[in-house]
Ligand binder design. Structure first.
Ligand code: GRF
Length: 202
């Protein structure tokens, strides 16, 4: 299984995937890393000798063209699973239809609770006693695709957002690695999950 990993920031999830895939027994390899900006996480790709590329929205006339350029970078490396791991952009419909259901995202909340860009802050503001992380297939909505795997994290009263987010990431990184492994070894069939969800929605 050839992974394309998409990031916007520090890339600790990317780092976890790089560490996991560096084991020759792991059934997947990362063939490229794409970013929407000069993300700090790109340093992990460089250190690991993994090709990376930056596709800035500001360099494109619109989101659709940005998505097409991002897709081209991924296709050039022959990836067959796209992993959004801290990409802080909504992928345009054309991109989603090109890659889904072989297109997954990790989100720091228990979807469908707390979708969107401020999930950790929203869970704290809501007084949630627990939250967590979701790995899901990206569909045409925002954080609405079929859920693949989740992990629960207890919220500590009065906890700072950054502290809770780091505790969530401590669950998120192994969950993402395990989900990628299960997709690679066939335990998790993305087309079947997507088909079942579509059937349910019909
Ligand atoms: C992750 O928690 C991801 O779920 C969210 O942004 C965070 C990125 O963290 N969308 P990192 O860049 O992988 O450290």
């Amino acid at each position: 299984l050839k992974l394309a990993v998409l990031i916007s920031g520090g890339g600790s999830n990317l780092k976890a995937l790089i560490e996991a895939t560096s084991d020759p027994e792991f059934p997947a390899e990362i063939v490229c890393v794409g970013a929407d900006t000069a993300a700090a996480g790109l340093a992990y790709a460089e250190a690991a000798g993994i090709p990376s590329f930056v596709v800035r929205p500001a360099d494109h006339a619109n989101r659709a063209e940005w998505g097409a350029a991002l897709a081209a970078g991924i296709q050039n490396h022959g990836a067959d699973l796209v992993v959004s791991a801290g990409l802080m952009r909504i992928l345009p419909a054309g991109f989603v239809s090109e890659f889904s259901p072989r297109l997954i995202n990790t989100h720091p909340a228990l979807l469908p609770l707390f979708p969107g860009a401020h999930a950790v802050r929203d869970a704290l503001a809501a007084g949630a006693t627990e939250t967590g992380v979701t790995v899901h297939i990206i569909d045409e909505g925002v954080d609405t695709g079929p859920v693949l795997r989740q992990a629960v994290v207890a919220v500590r009263a009065g906890e700072a957002e950054a502290d809770l987010h780091e505790r969530i990431k401590q669950e998120e990184r192994p969950l993402l690695v395990r989900t990628v492994r299960e997709i690679a070894d066939g335990t998790l069939d993305l087309a079947a999950v997507a088909g079942a969800a579509a059937g349910a929605a019909a």
